[in-house]
Design a protein around this ligand. Structure first.
Ligand code: ADP
Ligand code: ZN
Length: 211
């Protein structure tokens, strides 16, 4: 099963993708995490991506398309995978369709009102080591500031400040939101009402997928 998660920043894609991937034994491929890791390590891709990611803009298509292609042809993706944060533009979506060569996939669209996503982004804390995400109010770690899973010190993403969150929304509206129609017309879109607590969204997601 190939799943693509689509929705505004902070709509809960990463949170749900992690849980579902664990449950299904699929890889969770989060492009944002891959890019942030590359930035942290100072790789060639990281150096190219840094300015874009930290400003809340899209990293150029040729880079994200290449990274995704290289990742989804790896053997651990044979049974299926969850793509989170890609595609984010029509060009990326078309490139993905070419790569998938007719393989079946579904797109889950996370619907959440704007006000809620802003609050979710602003309170997000992430683990630099295992990628787990927390929220000060909605999903706090057991020990303040530390990851439940691996004990690493949590951090706030550079793009999770108010200024950059605004840019990310504009970019989402302009470049990513048109994908809703694109996938709807292809009959691939599954709508998920993602404005509920994390475990409720998780049950809705399983239901929408018929699992
Ligand atoms: P995305 O991957 O779509 O950008 P995340 O999964 O990182 O979003 O979630 C953004 C923030 O909102 C995180 O701090 C997360 O803990 C929190 N969050 C996720 N889902 C919910 C939810 N259903 N209710 C409240 N907060 C949530
Ligand atoms: Zn961790």
């Amino acid at each position: 099963m190939i799943l693509l998660f689509l929705g505004p920043p902070g709509s809960g894609k990463g949170t749900q993708a992690k849980r579902l991937a664990e449950r299904l034994g699929f890889p969770h491929i989060a492009l944002g995490d891959i890019l942030r890791e590359a930035i942290r390590l100072g790789t060639e891709v990281g150096l190219l991506a840094k300015g874009f990611v930290e400003a809340g803009k899209l990293v150029p298509d040729e880079i994200t398309i290449r990274i995704t292609r290289e990742r989804i042809i790896r053997p651990d993706c044979e049974r299926g995978f969850i793509l989170d944060g890609f595609p984010r533009s029509l060009i990326q979506a078309q490139a993905l369709d070419e790569t998938l060569k007719g393989a079946d996939y579904k797109v889950v669209y996370f619907e959440v009102p704007l006000q809620a996503v802003i609050e979710r982004n602003a309170g997000r804390w992430s683990c630099p080591n295992c990628g787990a995400v927390y929220h000060v109010k909605f999903n706090p770690p057991k020990q303040a500031g530390l990851c439940d899973k691996c004990g690493e010190k949590l951090y706030q993403r550079k793009d999770d400040n108010e200024e950059v969150i605004k840019t990310r929304f504009v970019v989402y509206e302009e470049q990513t939101a048109p994908l809703i129609k694109y996938y709807e017309q292809k009959g691939k879109l599954l709508k998920l009402n993602a404005s509920a607590d994390i475990s409720e969204v998780c049950s809705r997601l399983l239901k929408v997928l018929g699992i």
